[in-house]
Design a protein around this ligand. Structure first.
Ligand code: MLT
Length: 330
């Protein structure tokens, strides 16, 4: 009897404790956020991913009532940051902005310590960014035809910057080289922010970069633009032909961004993050600054977990064969 009673008391006590724990966690989820939120960016400060993150961090923070602090975790084309986020505590205080490297890393790395589809919660798609093939302003070539001739004459003496394996600048640069059947000297950086600084300074010859920061430099002639990676010309730089129209038929790299959280982040918190992201993207200032850089905000129906997860899945399947066929990296 005594034993039974103590078992009963014990069971009741643990049910009560469980209830307390449950209600404590429900209270924590309701009160969230009570401190600043870290928005991890997988590339160096001053680059395109960092800029998009900083642009949306402020209005997201305003919507959530707490500061969203951008934290740059560069290296290995974004996979270091992805690993860090996959292993972070899923309490809503760590979120992540990454681009299509989340999909291409699968084909570029033998073994990733995370799975893009199952190691994260998918908050929503963010924006699509075009790219431009850029050259330093002292490069003797003035258009794509001249660039091709210059590359064929100089081969591996020509240097091309990128942000490491898994970065879109690397993918774009290697696809370009594969289409021309040439091998240049590829120079990795921790992001295209520092790579662009070196292109502007004339330390590297070429860089395939997103339009996020490059349009003013193209317009004022600080860099040469040899072609866009879109199938249509960009409204902000209508005089720059597409690579497709200059002979690289079907050459298209459009960089999409997604926002993630560690797997297991509670649904009520994910819902609040998603609402804050939508609100941030709807801010007139954010819309204007993205439009000025020819960045397209995705339709609102894609700014959700299904929109991002379906797109990520499709992109993993799309890029795997392209990367393998082009023998990237060889
Ligand atoms: C960056 O933010 O530095 C870029 O998105 C890197 C890249 O993928 O090329």
């Amino acid at each position: 009897m005594k034993i039974k009673k103590s078992i009963f008391t014990g069971v009741m006590a643990s049910i009560a404790a469980g209830g307390l724990l449950l209600s404590n966690s429900a209270i924590a989820q309701n009160a969230w956020p009570t401190k600043s939120i870290s928005l991890i960016v997988p590339f160096a400060a001053g680059g395109p991913t960092d800029s998009v993150a900083r642009l949306i961090a402020v209005p997201m923070g305003q919507a959530l009532g707490q500061t969203v602090v951008v934290e740059n975790v560069p290296g290995a084309g974004g996979t270091i940051a992805s690993t860090k986020v996959a292993r972070a505590t899923p309490d809503g205080y760590t979120i992540y902005l990454h681009h299509m490297g989340m999909a291409t890393a699968n084909a570029l790395y033998d073994k990733l310590p995370y799975d893009p589809l199952t190691s994260f919660e998918h908050i929503g798609q963010v924006a699509d960014v075009p790219m431009v093939l850029l050259g330093k302003k002292t490069l003797p070539a003035n258009n794509f035809k001249e660039l091709e001739a210059y590359i064929r004459a100089n081969g591996s003496k020509v240097t091309m910057a990128n942000a490491g394996p898994g970065a879109v600048s690397q993918l774009c640069g290697l696809l370009f080289q594969s289409r021309l059947g040439v091998k240049l000297t590829n120079v990795p950086y921790k992001g295209t922010g520092p790579a662009l600084t070196d292109l502007l300074g004339g330390q590297v010859d070429l860089l395939c970069d997103q339009t996020t920061q490059t349009i003013p430099y193209i317009k004022d002639g600080s860099v040469k633009a040899f072609g866009t990676t879109t199938l249509k010309r960009l409204p902000a730089i209508p005089n720059v032909p597409t690579l497709d129209e200059q002979g690289l038929k079907g050459f298209e790299v459009k960089v999409w961004h997604g926002m993630y959280a560690p797997k297991g982040t509670p649904k009520p918190i994910l819902d609040k993050l998603n609402a804050a992201l939508k609100k941030a993207l709807n801010t007139p200032d954010v819309q204007k600054r993205l439009a000025d850089a020819n960045i397209d905000i995705v339709p609102v129906g894609k700014i959700n977990d299904k929109g991002l997860k379906d797109h990520l899945d499709a992109e993993i399947n799309k890029w795997g064969p392209i990367i393998r066929k082009a023998n990237i990296p060889d």
